[in-house]
Ligand binder design. Structure first.
Ligand SMILES: [Zn+2]
Length: 163
């Protein structure tokens, strides 16, 4: 994706208030991120481990989402497949919950998705980060096709949040 600046990312949030978008944690090292290999940029708030964020550009325009990771109770952490990149990474997969945009979100509506806990789907797909043994099923798809599929899963989730 095209590199984004901090103001562009803050302005792209669709499911939190303007005040929240202004205050939330955005990584300082945006210039060092491997943008060309990213289908989306995902990050966590180091001060608040239950908060995660992602920004993608489904139609060429950045859309950013604020996510919550409801903490799993003891013994309930189980490995599941990431529903975006279909990886089962050694670092685990977490249920991430996004408040819906607009009125529905104000009334408490939210949607959830299972995502790689470290939000590194793009790097796993491209083999830039090792997901661990057996994390990905052998597939006959090309990398391009896997990227297309990942983007369509991500876009479908963004649509669920915004409509
Ligand atoms: Zn993933």
């Amino acid at each position: 994706m095209t590199p984004l600046t901090e103001p562009e990312i803050r302005a792209a949030f669709v499911n939190c208030t303007k005040g929240e978008a202004k205050r939330l944690h955005v990584p300082r090292d945006l210039g060092d991120r491997p943008w060309a290999d990213l289908d989306y940029l995902g990050w966590r708030d180091p001060q608040a481990p239950d908060r995660a964020y992602l920004v993608a550009a489904p139609q060429g325009r950045p859309v950013a989402l604020a996510l919550r990771r409801p903490s799993p109770g003891p013994g309930r952490r189980r490995r599941t497949m990431c529903s975006v990149c279909l990886t089962n990474p050694a670092g685990g997969v977490s249920l991430m919950v996004a408040r819906k945009a607009g009125k529905a979100g104000q009334q408490g509506d939210s949607v959830g998705i299972y995502l790689c806990d470290d939000l590194a789907c793009s790097l796993y797909l491209r083999g830039r980060k090792d997901a661990g043994p057996g994390a990905r099923l052998p597939e006959s798809l090309t990398l391009e096709e896997k990227i297309d599929r990942t983007l369509s899963h991500l876009t479908a989730f963004i649509t669920r949040v915004t409509t």
